[in-house]
Design a binder for this molecule. Structure first.
Ligand SMILES: NC(=O)c1ccc[n+]([C@@H]2O[C@H](COP(=O)([O-])OP(=O)(O)OC[C@H]3O[C@@H](n4cnc5c(N)ncnc54)[C@H](O)[C@@H]3O)[C@@H](O)[C@H]2O)c1
Length: 240
C-alpha cells in the first residue's frame, strides 16, 4: 500500500496510461479522482471517483478542487497526464489552429491543474505532482512540432514548480514515456509504430502499467527526496 489513504487526482484517467495509473494507485490504497472528458468503462475499485471534465478549463479545475476538498479536506497527489499528439506536422505544415489546440491541452492543461491544486498543497505544507511529458520532450524529434514543444515545456514547468515550492514541502517531477501500447499509439499508422519499436533497445512497446509504476513511485513517499527531476520510461530509446 504505497499511497495508502492519499487523495489523488489523475487526468486522462479513462484510457491508456491514465487508466492504468488510476487502477494502480487505487490498488495501492489511494482515493482516486479519475478525470477525463468522458468514461466508457466503469472502474471496479470503489475508491475511484470518475469526473467528466475538460482539463483545458480553469473553471472546471476550480470546481474539481472544491469538490475534492469538500469530500476529503486535502489533495495529496496530482498526476497531470492527459495529453495527445494531435498533429505529426512540422512547423511549415502545422495550422495555427492545431498548434494552439495542442499547446492548450498538453501545456496549458498542466498549468491549469497545477495552479488549481497548489493552494491546497501549500496550505497543507505537503504534496506530490507528477507530469507526463514524453521522450520527445526530452530529446528532439522531427515533425510533431507542437507536441515536442509542449512536452519540453512540461519538463521545464515541472522543474520550475519543484524549485519554487520545494521549501513548502511540495515535490514535482516529470515522466517521459517512450513508445507505449495505448489507444493513442494503436490509432497511429503501424509503419511508424513498427519503426519506433525497431529503434527501441528493449525491442517492444511499453505497457501503460509500466509507465504507471514510474508515476506511482514518484508520487509516493518512496520518492520523498526526489524533486525537479525526470524519469525516462522508454525501453532505453534515449540512452542511445
Ligand atoms: N502512448 C505513448 O506512447 C506516449 C508516449 C509519450 C507520452 N505519452 C503521453 O502520455 C499521456 C497519456 O497518453 P496515452 O498514450 O495514455 O493516450 P490516450 O489517448 O490513450 O489517453 C489520453 C486520455 O486523455 C484524455 N483527454 C484528452 N483530452 C482531454 C481533455 N481536454 N480533458 C480531459 N481529458 C482529456 C483522453 O480522453 C484519453 O482518455 C499523454 O500526455 C501522452 O502525450 C504517451
Amino acid at each position: 500500500m504505497r499511497v495508502s489513504e492519499k487523495v489523488s487526482i489523475i487526468t486522462g484517467g479513462a484510457r491508456g496510461i491514465g487508466r492504468a495509473a488510476v487502477d494502480l494507485f487505487a490498488s495501492e490504497g489511494s482515493i482516486v479522482y479519475a478525470v477525463d472528458l468522458d468514461f466508457d468503462e466503469p472502474f471496479e475499485n470503489p475508491s475511484v471517483q470518475t469526473v467528466a471534465m475538460d482539463v483545458t478549463s480553469p473553471e472546471q479545475w476550480d470546481d474539481l478542487v472544491q469538490r475534492v476538498l469538500n469530500d476529503h479536506g486535502r489533495i495529496d497527489i496530482l498526476f497531470n497526464n492527459a495529453g495527445a499528439v494531435g498533429s505529426y506536422d512540422g512547423i511549415a505544415d502545422i495550422s495555427f489552429e492545431d498548434w494552439h489546440r495542442i499547446i492548450d491541452l498538453n501545456l496549458n492543461g498542466v498549468f491549469y491543474g497545477t495552479k488549481a491544486v497548489l493552494p491546497a498543497m501549500r496550505k497543507a505544507g505537503t504534496g506530490a505532482m507528477v507530469h507526463t511529458s514524453s521522450m520527445w520532450g526530452y530529446v528532439g524529434a522531427s515533425g510533431v512540432a507542437a507536441y515536442t514543444a509542449s512536452k519540453a515545456a512540461v519538463r521545464s514547468l515541472s522543474k520550475n514548480v519543484a524549485l519554487t515550492y520545494a521549501a513548502e514541502g511540495i515535490r514535482s517531477n516529470s515522466i517521459h514515456p517512450g513508445i507505449i501500447g495505448t489507444p493513442m499509439v494503436m490509432a497511429q499508422d503501424t509503419e511508424l509504430t513498427d519503426d519506433l519499436i525497431q529503434k527501441t533497445p528493449l525491442g517492444r512497446l511499453g505497457t501503460p502499467r509500466e509507465v504507471a509504476q514510474g508515476a506511482l513511485f514518484l508520487a509516493s513517499d518512496d520518492a520523498s527526496y526526489i524533486t525537479g527531476t525526470e524519469l525516462l520510461i522508454d525501453g532505453g530509446s534515449t540512452a542511445q
